[in-house]
Design a protein around this ligand. Structure first.
Ligand code: CU
Length: 160
């Protein structure tokens, strides 16, 4: 028995020497940022939002905990909540991305809030956004400024 255990322990040790290197990538390595973009706003509007899909291809849960950008003096992580029928924005401390899962940042939900814009956000411009994760790792993505399509409302008074 003793020999078996020793061998087993040796085998585990050998394996564990390899596995952590492969499995324990940083959050920035594990999380793919897909299709990031910044909402274009009219000149003079002080705030905007950035949206993206966070995909965690790793084996550990991760979380986005901070964002920054030269496009705004203050950058916060926000979500939308429905409070008595009113959609309100609220700052959150983290946006979780489960292992193997994905978390969308999209209008009406999680978003990166850009407050006190430092310049105009014109469609086509590229905005660097640095995302920092719970383990301290970070990555910078270039997000194009895009005009959001207004939702088509049925137009009253246009019926024949
Ligand atoms: Cu917001």
């Amino acid at each position: 028995m003793k020999t078996t255990r020793t061998l087993l322990a040796a085998a585990l040790f050998a394996v564990s020497g390899l596995v952590p290197v492969m499995a324990a990538g940083t959050a920035a390595d594990s999380v793919d940022v897909v299709d990031a973009y910044v909402r274009a706003v009219p000149p003079g509007q002080p705030t905007s939002g950035a949206f993206m899909l966070l995909k965690n291809g790793g084996e550990d849960d991760h979380a986005l905990v901070q964002a920054s950008s030269p496009a705004a003096q203050v950058v916060e992580l926000h979500t939308h909540i429905n409070e008595g029928g009113m959609m309100k924005m609220r700052q959150v401390g983290r946006i979780d991305v489960q292992a193997g899962g994905e978390t969308p940042l999209q209008p009406g939900g999680y978003h990166v809030m850009l407050i006190n814009l430092t310049g105009p956000l014109e469609p086509g411009a590229m905005i660097p956004i640095t995302l920092t994760y719970e383990d301290g790792s970070s990555e910078t993505v270039e997000a194009p400024v895009r005009k959001l399509q207004m939702q088509m409302q049925p137009m009253k008074g246009m019926q024949h």
